[in-house]
Design a protein around this ligand. Structure first.
Ligand code: NOJ
Ligand code: CA
Length: 553
């Protein structure tokens, strides 16, 4: 058994009799390298900083980390504008530091996943510099250049989701180039086979360096209608005050799936996992990203999960739909583009308990969870106080309706000391006062902290086969306040009971249909909850209480 496990680190071998692969058992942790740990005290986190925190991540119960882009970049979009895919930005370290990180992580049983910005490069990438230099340059057709409709008129009505038109006029060659994000992020022309090959080579480069997978950025915007048909107008206005457009002709084109299949073929040669930034309106749309023959993304993120309101019926319905969709679910509750989950769900009265109930929920579902750094200590959004403090360009353009994403990207809070122990320099984003309470050092010493709760749930996931392998069986489906389910694998059953309301609740379970005529429960984890009667399986829960128990005959 041990041997199987060890060899599975390098190879795409099942880690259990179910045929599950390593990424189905792993807990992933997204970290923003600028903000995780600063080893040289220049105020910006770096790779050696990450390496220095591997013990912490191991103890927490993490199996893989996804590092948001750490490649050379002018940092207009803080790394999502890559100017060289095959190197490390000096502010983060060197390729050698990266190799050290991979090796040290491996010793900790932690895999490294990188962020692959597939849709666009930086306008400072050598491909784009050549592309813009003349209409006949070797890389001209690597990007999307078109004539305007007339003087001062872009080729069509497409808009960048970052608040500007999607076309930028370049006087050097008197044409416009297309950018779905910032103007400094020109879209690659994925219809050009040379672009595809170059990008495929990038993935090979990193796989060969020991990377266990890639998180694919902005996959749905890879292709555009070649006829540049205008998008239809939608209702209302967006957060930049522009009339809404329905992105019919520049998003989610069917060709996206061909590209994903090609990327997957290469990933499979290196036993790598592909995680997708898959924003979808519904589960049906998300399902497509697995591929008709499970030949696209192994882990398309369920980002709809981040938009749900804290309500038992809402979660119950969504989880059931995703669980039945046929793929392996990938749950996230927040990331570097979304207001932190703590701030989104806090009610001012039960904030910490709400943070715990969310962990109790998504870390016990069937599927792979991807955590976001700091979530485990209850980090809160620290939004800029005024427009002059904003670093993220969309916040500058959209202030005050759109504050940008700085608030969810602040330095990791390691201690109650200066700058939360992140740096002795000046941190690139300010640390909030709440860091005095919510930090790793303080919470490690407190058995009731959010951090301790996360560690317990993550430990349970490792210890209880039902939590990793088990089917998801919804219980008490008409309960408006308490979300309950059984995870069942062979003889092993774990009951999860989550009070998603601000009131005290008492619930009882009849588990006859699940094979338990006279069940016995053994509590695995209680937080603001307690078993009243183990035989009748009755539980009382304080607001947002969590109760997890093993059920036996
Ligand atoms: C999605 C990333 O998560 C976001 O941070 C970035 O700004 C855009 N893609 C553009 O790369
Ligand atoms: Ca640094």
């Amino acid at each position: 058994r041990r041997v199987l496990f060890r060899s599975a680190f390098a190879q795409n071998k099942p880690v259990d009799e179910q045929g599950h692969l390593w990424w189905q058992h792993a807990v992933f942790y997204e970290l923003y390298p600028r903000s995780f740990a600063d080893s040289n005290n220049d105020g910006i986190g770096d790779l050696n900083g990450i390496t220095s925190k591997l013990d912490y991540l191991k103890q927490l119960g993490i199996d893989a980390i996804w590092i948001t882009p750490c490649f050379p970049s002018p940092q207009i979009d803080f790394g999502y504008d890559v100017s060289d895919y095959l190197n490390i930005d000096p502010m983060y370290g060197t390729l050698q530091d990266f190799d050290t990180l991979v090796q040290e992580a491996k010793k900790h049983g932690i895999r490294i996943v990188l962020d692959f910005v597939v849709n666009h490069t930086s306008d400072q990438h050598k491909w784009f510099l050549d592309s813009r230099s003349s209409k006949t340059s070797a890389h001209r057709d690597w990007y999307i250049w078109r004539n305007g409709k007339g003087p001062g008129q872009p080729p069509n009505n497409w808009q960048s989701i970052f608040g500007t038109p999607a076309w930028k006029y370049d006087p050097a060659t008197e044409q416009y180039y297309y950018h779905y994000f910032y103007p400094e992020q020109p879209d690659l022309n994925w219809r050009n086979p040379q672009v595809q090959e170059a990008m495929f080579d990038v993935t090979r480069f990193w796989y060969k360096r020991g990377v266990a997978g890639l998180r694919l950025d902005a996959v749905d915007s890879l292709y555009e209608d070649p006829d540049l048909t205008d998008n239809p107008l939608g209702a209302g206005t967006d957060k930049f005050g522009r009339p809404n457009r329905i992105e019919k002709f520049n998003r989610n084109l069917p060709e996206v799936h061909t590209a994903l299949q090609d990327l997957r073929k290469i990933a499979d040669q290196y036993d790598a996992v592909l995680i997708g930034e898959t924003w979808t309106p519904d589960v049906e749309a998300l399902k497509k990203y697995y591929g008709k023959h499970s030949n696209e993304l192994q882990l398309p993120m369920d980002l709809m999960f981040t938009t749900l309101k804290l309500s038992a019926p809402v979660y119950r319905q969504h989880i059931a739909a995703l669980d039945a969709a046929g793929g392996w679910p990938t749950y996230v509750i927040t990331n570097h583009d979304i207001v932190r989950s703590y701030s989104r769900y806090a009610d001012g009265l039960h904030d910490e308990q709400i943070a715990k109930v969310l962990a109790g929920l998504y870390l016990t579902l069937r599927g792979t969870p991807i955590m976001y750094y700091g979530e485990e200590i209850g980090m809160q959004n620290n939004d800029p106080k005024g427009k002059e403090d904003v670093r993220d360009p969309i916040g500058i353009l959209g202030w005050p309706l759109e504050k940008g994403r700085d608030g969810e990207r602040t330095p990791m809070q390691w201690s109650s000391g200066a700058n939360a122990g992140f740096t002795t320099g000046t941190p690139w984003l300010p640390v909030p006062d709440s860091a005095k309470t919510y930090n790793v050092e303080t919470e490690s010493k407190d058995a009731n902290s959010i951090l301790s709760f996360y560690m317990q749930v993550l430990r349970l996931r490792k210890e209880e086969p039902a939590l990793r392998e088990g089917s998801y069986i919804a219980l008490n489906e008409s309960d408006a306040n308490v979300l309950s389910y059984l995870r069942q694998y062979r003889d092993d059953s774990v009951l999860v009971v989550l009070n998603l309301s601000a009131e005290k609740q008492q619930v009882s379970f009849d588990l006859t249909h699940q094979g338990f005529a006279a069940p016995k429960t053994k509590t695995l984890l209680e937080s603001a909850a307690a078993a009243v009667d183990a035989a009748a399986v009755t539980v009382t829960l304080d607001p947002y209480g969590v109760f997890i128990a093993k059920v036996t005959k």
